[in-house]
Design a binder for this molecule. Structure first.
Ligand code: GLA
Length: 408
Protein backbone atom coordinates (compact mmCIF):
# COMPACT_ATOMS: atom_id res chain seq x y z
CA UNK A 1 0.00 0.00 0.00
CA UNK A 2 2.73 2.39 1.07
CA UNK A 3 4.68 1.50 -2.04
CA UNK A 4 1.72 2.15 -4.23
CA UNK A 5 1.12 5.51 -2.62
CA UNK A 6 4.71 6.56 -3.22
CA UNK A 7 4.48 5.45 -6.85
CA UNK A 8 1.21 7.27 -7.38
CA UNK A 9 2.71 10.35 -5.77
CA UNK A 10 5.73 10.20 -8.05
CA UNK A 11 3.48 9.83 -11.08
CA UNK A 12 1.39 12.79 -10.01
CA UNK A 13 4.55 14.88 -9.68
CA UNK A 14 5.86 13.94 -13.14
CA UNK A 15 4.02 16.65 -15.12
CA UNK A 16 5.23 19.18 -12.59
CA UNK A 17 8.91 18.20 -12.99
CA UNK A 18 8.58 18.26 -16.77
CA UNK A 19 7.01 21.68 -16.41
CA UNK A 20 9.95 22.90 -14.35
CA UNK A 21 12.46 21.50 -16.84
CA UNK A 22 10.68 23.32 -19.67
CA UNK A 23 10.52 26.53 -17.70
CA UNK A 24 14.27 26.27 -17.09
CA UNK A 25 14.89 25.91 -20.81
CA UNK A 26 13.17 29.23 -21.35
CA UNK A 27 14.43 31.21 -18.39
CA UNK A 28 18.10 31.13 -17.42
CA UNK A 29 18.63 32.71 -14.04
CA UNK A 30 21.57 35.10 -14.64
CA UNK A 31 22.75 34.51 -11.09
CA UNK A 32 23.19 30.80 -11.49
CA UNK A 33 23.95 30.21 -15.16
CA UNK A 34 27.29 28.72 -16.10
CA UNK A 35 29.86 31.45 -16.83
CA UNK A 36 30.50 30.06 -20.31
CA UNK A 37 26.80 30.47 -21.13
CA UNK A 38 26.59 34.11 -20.05
CA UNK A 39 25.79 36.00 -23.28
CA UNK A 40 27.44 39.13 -21.93
CA UNK A 41 30.83 37.43 -21.49
CA UNK A 42 33.31 38.27 -24.22
CA UNK A 43 36.82 37.00 -24.87
CA UNK A 44 39.62 39.36 -23.79
CA UNK A 45 40.90 39.70 -27.36
CA UNK A 46 44.46 38.59 -26.48
CA UNK A 47 46.61 35.77 -27.87
CA UNK A 48 45.17 35.79 -31.37
CA UNK A 49 48.12 33.58 -32.21
CA UNK A 50 49.54 31.08 -29.66
CA UNK A 51 51.60 32.87 -26.97
CA UNK A 52 55.38 32.57 -27.24
CA UNK A 53 57.88 33.10 -24.47
CA UNK A 54 59.83 31.46 -21.69
CA UNK A 55 58.74 29.94 -18.36
CA UNK A 56 60.94 29.06 -15.38
CA UNK A 57 59.41 25.72 -14.33
CA UNK A 58 60.79 23.02 -16.63
CA UNK A 59 64.42 24.01 -16.05
CA UNK A 60 64.52 25.79 -12.69
CA UNK A 61 61.52 24.46 -10.74
CA UNK A 62 61.34 26.25 -7.39
CA UNK A 63 64.98 27.44 -7.64
CA UNK A 64 64.06 30.80 -9.09
CA UNK A 65 65.16 34.33 -8.23
CA UNK A 66 65.33 37.79 -9.75
CA UNK A 67 68.89 37.42 -11.05
CA UNK A 68 67.86 34.34 -13.03
CA UNK A 69 64.77 36.00 -14.46
CA UNK A 70 66.79 39.06 -15.46
CA UNK A 71 69.38 36.85 -17.14
CA UNK A 72 66.60 35.15 -19.11
CA UNK A 73 65.15 38.52 -20.16
CA UNK A 74 68.62 39.67 -21.26
CA UNK A 75 69.09 36.46 -23.23
CA UNK A 76 65.75 36.46 -25.00
CA UNK A 77 66.17 40.11 -25.96
CA UNK A 78 69.62 39.58 -27.45
CA UNK A 79 69.88 35.99 -28.75
CA UNK A 80 67.37 36.30 -31.58
CA UNK A 81 64.39 34.87 -29.67
CA UNK A 82 62.62 38.21 -29.28
CA UNK A 83 63.02 38.89 -33.00
CA UNK A 84 61.64 35.38 -33.68
CA UNK A 85 58.47 36.20 -31.71
CA UNK A 86 59.16 35.08 -28.13
CA UNK A 87 57.61 37.72 -25.85
CA UNK A 88 56.47 36.52 -22.42
CA UNK A 89 58.90 35.97 -19.54
CA UNK A 90 56.81 33.94 -17.08
CA UNK A 91 57.82 33.16 -13.49
CA UNK A 92 56.18 29.91 -12.47
CA UNK A 93 55.65 28.61 -8.94
CA UNK A 94 57.59 29.58 -5.79
CA UNK A 95 58.07 33.35 -6.20
CA UNK A 96 55.68 33.96 -3.29
CA UNK A 97 56.21 35.25 0.18
CA UNK A 98 53.41 35.45 2.75
CA UNK A 99 50.23 37.51 2.57
CA UNK A 100 50.49 40.81 4.44
CA UNK A 101 48.19 41.93 7.27
CA UNK A 102 45.53 43.02 4.77
CA UNK A 103 45.77 39.84 2.75
CA UNK A 104 47.83 41.18 -0.14
CA UNK A 105 50.34 38.72 -1.58
CA UNK A 106 54.03 39.58 -1.35
CA UNK A 107 57.09 38.18 -3.09
CA UNK A 108 59.75 36.09 -1.37
CA UNK A 109 62.07 38.89 -0.23
CA UNK A 110 65.17 36.70 -0.30
CA UNK A 111 64.68 35.57 -3.87
CA UNK A 112 63.22 38.84 -5.16
CA UNK A 113 64.78 41.61 -3.05
CA UNK A 114 63.88 44.33 -5.57
CA UNK A 115 60.27 43.19 -5.72
CA UNK A 116 58.15 41.97 -8.60
CA UNK A 117 57.24 45.44 -9.87
CA UNK A 118 60.93 46.26 -10.45
CA UNK A 119 61.39 42.94 -12.24
CA UNK A 120 58.38 43.53 -14.47
CA UNK A 121 59.72 47.01 -15.28
CA UNK A 122 63.06 45.46 -16.21
CA UNK A 123 61.36 42.97 -18.53
CA UNK A 124 59.17 45.68 -20.08
CA UNK A 125 62.20 47.90 -20.71
CA UNK A 126 63.51 45.12 -22.98
CA UNK A 127 60.36 45.30 -25.06
CA UNK A 128 59.09 42.04 -23.53
CA UNK A 129 56.04 41.06 -21.52
CA UNK A 130 55.89 39.75 -17.99
CA UNK A 131 53.98 36.77 -16.62
CA UNK A 132 53.40 35.25 -13.22
CA UNK A 133 51.82 32.14 -11.66
CA UNK A 134 49.12 31.47 -9.12
CA UNK A 135 46.62 28.77 -8.24
CA UNK A 136 42.84 28.59 -7.85
CA UNK A 137 43.17 26.68 -4.60
CA UNK A 138 44.31 27.51 -1.10
CA UNK A 139 47.88 26.55 -1.99
CA UNK A 140 49.92 26.35 -5.18
CA UNK A 141 51.35 23.02 -6.29
CA UNK A 142 54.61 24.09 -4.63
CA UNK A 143 52.80 24.79 -1.35
CA UNK A 144 52.81 28.61 -1.61
CA UNK A 145 49.70 30.77 -0.94
CA UNK A 146 47.04 30.24 -3.61
CA UNK A 147 44.48 32.81 -4.76
CA UNK A 148 41.30 31.18 -3.46
CA UNK A 149 39.31 33.85 -1.62
CA UNK A 150 41.78 36.54 -2.75
CA UNK A 151 41.04 36.59 -6.48
CA UNK A 152 40.18 40.30 -6.84
CA UNK A 153 42.94 41.33 -4.49
CA UNK A 154 45.54 39.26 -6.35
CA UNK A 155 44.44 40.44 -9.79
CA UNK A 156 44.73 44.01 -8.52
CA UNK A 157 48.22 43.33 -7.18
CA UNK A 158 49.31 41.78 -10.48
CA UNK A 159 47.91 44.77 -12.40
CA UNK A 160 49.84 47.15 -10.12
CA UNK A 161 53.02 45.15 -10.70
CA UNK A 162 52.55 45.23 -14.49
CA UNK A 163 51.71 41.58 -15.09
CA UNK A 164 50.69 40.72 -18.68
CA UNK A 165 50.13 36.96 -18.34
CA UNK A 166 48.80 34.79 -15.53
CA UNK A 167 49.26 31.02 -15.42
CA UNK A 168 46.58 29.80 -13.03
CA UNK A 169 47.04 26.32 -11.60
CA UNK A 170 44.67 23.81 -9.97
CA UNK A 171 46.31 22.31 -6.87
CA UNK A 172 44.48 22.28 -3.47
CA UNK A 173 41.16 23.15 -5.06
CA UNK A 174 39.10 20.49 -3.24
CA UNK A 175 35.55 20.49 -4.56
CA UNK A 176 35.80 23.83 -6.39
CA UNK A 177 34.04 24.02 -9.72
CA UNK A 178 36.70 24.70 -12.34
CA UNK A 179 34.57 26.73 -14.72
CA UNK A 180 33.44 28.99 -11.84
CA UNK A 181 36.93 29.32 -10.41
CA UNK A 182 38.57 30.28 -13.71
CA UNK A 183 35.72 32.65 -14.65
CA UNK A 184 36.08 34.33 -11.26
CA UNK A 185 39.76 35.03 -11.91
CA UNK A 186 38.98 36.20 -15.47
CA UNK A 187 36.44 38.64 -14.01
CA UNK A 188 38.92 39.79 -11.37
CA UNK A 189 41.52 40.52 -14.06
CA UNK A 190 38.94 42.45 -16.06
CA UNK A 191 38.04 44.49 -12.98
CA UNK A 192 41.72 45.17 -12.26
CA UNK A 193 41.87 46.92 -15.62
CA UNK A 194 45.12 45.53 -17.06
CA UNK A 195 44.89 43.09 -19.97
CA UNK A 196 46.42 39.72 -19.07
CA UNK A 197 46.61 36.49 -20.99
CA UNK A 198 44.96 33.87 -18.78
CA UNK A 199 46.60 30.44 -18.98
CA UNK A 200 44.30 27.80 -17.51
CA UNK A 201 46.26 24.93 -15.95
CA UNK A 202 43.88 22.26 -14.67
CA UNK A 203 45.47 19.52 -16.78
CA UNK A 204 42.35 18.84 -18.85
CA UNK A 205 40.55 17.28 -15.86
CA UNK A 206 37.36 19.31 -16.36
CA UNK A 207 37.37 19.46 -20.16
CA UNK A 208 38.13 23.21 -20.35
CA UNK A 209 37.97 23.10 -24.16
CA UNK A 210 34.19 22.85 -23.72
CA UNK A 211 33.79 25.99 -21.58
CA UNK A 212 36.91 28.15 -21.54
CA UNK A 213 36.82 29.83 -24.97
CA UNK A 214 35.79 33.18 -23.48
CA UNK A 215 37.32 32.60 -20.04
CA UNK A 216 40.98 31.89 -20.78
CA UNK A 217 43.38 32.12 -23.72
CA UNK A 218 44.96 28.69 -23.41
CA UNK A 219 44.22 25.60 -21.40
CA UNK A 220 46.46 22.73 -20.49
CA UNK A 221 45.09 19.49 -21.90
CA UNK A 222 47.22 16.96 -20.03
CA UNK A 223 49.40 16.13 -17.06
CA UNK A 224 52.82 17.81 -16.91
CA UNK A 225 55.33 17.15 -19.65
CA UNK A 226 58.57 15.39 -18.79
CA UNK A 227 61.79 15.68 -20.70
CA UNK A 228 61.44 12.24 -22.29
CA UNK A 229 60.18 10.67 -25.49
CA UNK A 230 57.47 8.60 -23.74
CA UNK A 231 56.33 7.13 -20.44
CA UNK A 232 54.72 8.24 -17.19
CA UNK A 233 56.60 9.15 -14.05
CA UNK A 234 54.49 10.36 -11.11
CA UNK A 235 52.52 13.38 -12.43
CA UNK A 236 54.42 13.70 -15.68
CA UNK A 237 54.13 12.04 -19.05
CA UNK A 238 56.38 11.86 -22.08
CA UNK A 239 56.29 14.12 -25.10
CA UNK A 240 54.59 11.61 -27.42
CA UNK A 241 52.02 10.67 -24.74
CA UNK A 242 51.03 14.34 -24.65
CA UNK A 243 50.83 14.47 -28.44
CA UNK A 244 48.27 11.66 -28.48
CA UNK A 245 46.06 13.35 -25.87
CA UNK A 246 46.27 16.82 -27.39
CA UNK A 247 45.90 15.88 -31.06
CA UNK A 248 42.27 14.78 -30.79
CA UNK A 249 41.25 18.18 -29.39
CA UNK A 250 42.00 19.96 -32.69
CA UNK A 251 38.41 21.20 -33.25
CA UNK A 252 38.52 23.32 -30.08
CA UNK A 253 41.53 25.55 -30.82
CA UNK A 254 41.30 28.91 -32.54
CA UNK A 255 42.49 32.53 -32.34
CA UNK A 256 42.42 33.63 -28.70
CA UNK A 257 41.86 30.15 -27.22
CA UNK A 258 44.41 27.38 -27.63
CA UNK A 259 44.96 23.82 -26.53
CA UNK A 260 48.11 23.83 -24.41
CA UNK A 261 50.12 20.58 -24.48
CA UNK A 262 52.50 22.15 -21.91
CA UNK A 263 55.79 23.97 -22.17
CA UNK A 264 58.72 22.98 -24.32
CA UNK A 265 61.51 20.71 -23.11
CA UNK A 266 63.77 21.53 -26.07
CA UNK A 267 67.32 21.98 -24.79
CA UNK A 268 66.84 20.36 -21.39
CA UNK A 269 68.86 17.27 -22.28
CA UNK A 270 66.44 14.35 -21.96
CA UNK A 271 65.82 13.86 -25.68
CA UNK A 272 68.04 13.79 -28.78
CA UNK A 273 68.18 16.72 -31.22
CA UNK A 274 66.09 14.63 -33.65
CA UNK A 275 63.46 14.06 -30.92
CA UNK A 276 63.47 17.74 -29.97
CA UNK A 277 62.93 18.63 -33.64
CA UNK A 278 59.89 16.32 -33.61
CA UNK A 279 58.68 17.90 -30.35
CA UNK A 280 58.95 21.43 -31.75
CA UNK A 281 57.42 20.48 -35.12
CA UNK A 282 54.46 18.71 -33.48
CA UNK A 283 53.85 21.68 -31.17
CA UNK A 284 53.82 23.99 -34.22
CA UNK A 285 51.42 21.68 -36.04
CA UNK A 286 49.11 21.69 -32.99
CA UNK A 287 49.11 25.51 -32.81
CA UNK A 288 50.52 25.14 -29.32
CA UNK A 289 51.88 27.96 -27.19
CA UNK A 290 55.66 27.98 -27.71
CA UNK A 291 56.94 28.55 -24.20
CA UNK A 292 60.62 27.64 -23.98
CA UNK A 293 61.47 25.80 -20.77
CA UNK A 294 65.26 25.58 -20.99
CA UNK A 295 68.13 27.80 -19.89
CA UNK A 296 67.96 30.18 -22.83
CA UNK A 297 71.10 31.99 -21.69
CA UNK A 298 73.17 28.85 -22.35
CA UNK A 299 71.90 27.16 -25.50
CA UNK A 300 73.92 24.85 -27.74
CA UNK A 301 73.76 25.14 -31.52
CA UNK A 302 71.12 22.40 -31.94
CA UNK A 303 68.80 24.00 -29.39
CA UNK A 304 69.16 27.41 -30.99
CA UNK A 305 68.46 26.03 -34.46
CA UNK A 306 65.27 24.40 -33.18
CA UNK A 307 63.82 27.18 -31.04
CA UNK A 308 64.72 29.82 -33.63
CA UNK A 309 63.55 28.04 -36.78
CA UNK A 310 61.51 30.84 -38.39
CA UNK A 311 59.71 28.59 -40.86
CA UNK A 312 58.39 26.24 -38.18
CA UNK A 313 57.48 29.19 -35.94
CA UNK A 314 55.53 30.67 -38.88
CA UNK A 315 53.43 27.50 -39.01
CA UNK A 316 52.72 27.72 -35.29
CA UNK A 317 51.82 31.40 -35.56
CA UNK A 318 49.72 31.09 -38.73
CA UNK A 319 46.86 33.61 -38.44
CA UNK A 320 44.18 31.11 -39.53
CA UNK A 321 44.73 29.48 -36.15
CA UNK A 322 43.52 26.06 -37.20
CA UNK A 323 45.14 23.24 -35.26
CA UNK A 324 46.70 20.53 -37.41
CA UNK A 325 45.89 16.89 -36.97
CA UNK A 326 47.00 13.39 -37.81
CA UNK A 327 45.56 12.50 -41.19
CA UNK A 328 47.03 9.01 -41.38
CA UNK A 329 48.18 6.58 -38.72
CA UNK A 330 50.02 3.51 -39.97
CA UNK A 331 51.21 2.29 -36.61
CA UNK A 332 54.53 4.00 -35.98
CA UNK A 333 54.41 5.96 -39.24
CA UNK A 334 52.14 8.99 -39.37
CA UNK A 335 51.22 11.88 -41.63
CA UNK A 336 49.90 15.16 -40.24
CA UNK A 337 48.49 18.24 -41.97
CA UNK A 338 47.58 21.75 -40.98
CA UNK A 339 45.76 24.21 -43.28
CA UNK A 340 47.36 27.65 -43.37
CA UNK A 341 45.96 31.10 -44.07
CA UNK A 342 47.54 31.46 -47.55
CA UNK A 343 45.97 28.23 -48.80
CA UNK A 344 49.09 26.15 -48.31
CA UNK A 345 49.38 23.16 -45.96
CA UNK A 346 51.98 22.38 -43.37
CA UNK A 347 52.67 18.65 -43.43
CA UNK A 348 54.80 16.45 -41.26
CA UNK A 349 55.80 12.89 -41.83
CA UNK A 350 56.44 11.47 -38.37
CA UNK A 351 58.33 8.26 -37.67
CA UNK A 352 57.92 6.91 -34.12
CA UNK A 353 59.82 3.72 -34.88
CA UNK A 354 63.42 2.88 -34.06
CA UNK A 355 64.58 2.75 -37.69
CA UNK A 356 64.46 5.20 -40.60
CA UNK A 357 61.44 4.61 -42.86
CA UNK A 358 59.82 6.05 -45.99
CA UNK A 359 56.52 7.88 -45.49
CA UNK A 360 54.37 9.45 -48.22
CA UNK A 361 51.41 11.75 -48.37
CA UNK A 362 49.09 11.93 -51.38
CA UNK A 363 47.54 15.23 -52.45
CA UNK A 364 43.91 14.14 -51.92
CA UNK A 365 44.75 13.38 -48.28
CA UNK A 366 45.56 17.04 -47.75
CA UNK A 367 42.68 18.39 -49.80
CA UNK A 368 44.43 18.92 -53.12
CA UNK A 369 43.46 17.34 -56.41
CA UNK A 370 45.89 14.63 -57.46
CA UNK A 371 47.00 16.39 -60.65
CA UNK A 372 47.87 19.77 -59.18
CA UNK A 373 51.55 20.64 -59.12
CA UNK A 374 52.41 22.05 -55.73
CA UNK A 375 55.56 23.70 -54.43
CA UNK A 376 57.15 21.71 -51.59
CA UNK A 377 59.48 23.45 -49.16
CA UNK A 378 61.47 21.62 -46.47
CA UNK A 379 61.12 23.65 -43.27
CA UNK A 380 64.12 22.07 -41.49
CA UNK A 381 66.51 21.96 -44.47
CA UNK A 382 65.35 25.47 -45.42
CA UNK A 383 65.18 24.71 -49.11
CA UNK A 384 62.66 24.22 -51.87
CA UNK A 385 62.19 20.67 -53.12
CA UNK A 386 60.51 21.89 -56.31
CA UNK A 387 57.00 21.47 -57.69
CA UNK A 388 55.53 18.02 -57.30
CA UNK A 389 52.40 16.38 -58.65
CA UNK A 390 50.27 13.86 -56.79
CA UNK A 391 52.32 13.11 -53.69
CA UNK A 392 55.33 13.81 -51.54
CA UNK A 393 57.47 11.06 -50.07
CA UNK A 394 60.60 11.12 -47.92
CA UNK A 395 62.74 8.88 -45.76
CA UNK A 396 62.16 9.92 -42.17
CA UNK A 397 64.76 9.25 -39.45
CA UNK A 398 63.92 7.17 -36.39
CA UNK A 399 61.93 9.31 -33.89
CA UNK A 400 62.11 12.12 -36.44
CA UNK A 401 60.01 14.23 -38.73
CA UNK A 402 60.22 15.64 -42.20
CA UNK A 403 58.28 18.90 -42.16
CA UNK A 404 57.26 20.67 -45.34
CA UNK A 405 55.01 23.44 -46.51
CA UNK A 406 53.01 22.50 -49.60
CA UNK A 407 51.68 25.39 -51.68
CA UNK A 408 49.37 24.64 -54.61
C1 GLA B 1 51.79 22.03 -11.78
C2 GLA B 1 51.75 22.59 -13.20
C3 GLA B 1 53.19 22.81 -13.65
C4 GLA B 1 53.90 23.75 -12.72
C5 GLA B 1 53.84 23.21 -11.30
C6 GLA B 1 54.37 24.23 -10.30
O1 GLA B 1 52.34 20.75 -11.75
O2 GLA B 1 51.08 21.73 -14.07
O3 GLA B 1 53.22 23.31 -14.98
O4 GLA B 1 53.31 25.02 -12.79
O5 GLA B 1 52.51 22.89 -10.93
O6 GLA B 1 54.31 23.75 -8.99
Amino acid sequence: MMNWLIRAGALALLPLTIGIARAQDQFVDPNTMRPSQDPSRTANGLALTPPMGWNSWNRFGCKIDEATVRAMADAIASNGMKAAGYRYIVIDDCWHGARDAEGFITADAQKFPSGIKALADYVHAKGLKFGIYSDAGAKTCGGKPGSQGHEYQDALTYARWGVDYLKYDWCSTGVRNAEEAYALMADAILAAGRPMVLAICEWGNNRPWEWATKIGNLWRTTADIRDAWAGREKWSIGMTDIVDLNERLYPFAGPGHWNDPDMLEVGNGGMTPTEYRSHFSLWAMMAAPLIAGNDIAAMDADTRAILLNPEVIAVDQDPLGQQGRRIRDDGDLEAWARPLADGSRAVILFNRSETAAPIAVAWPEIGLTARVKAEVRDLWAHRSLGRKAGRFAATVPAHGVVMVRITP
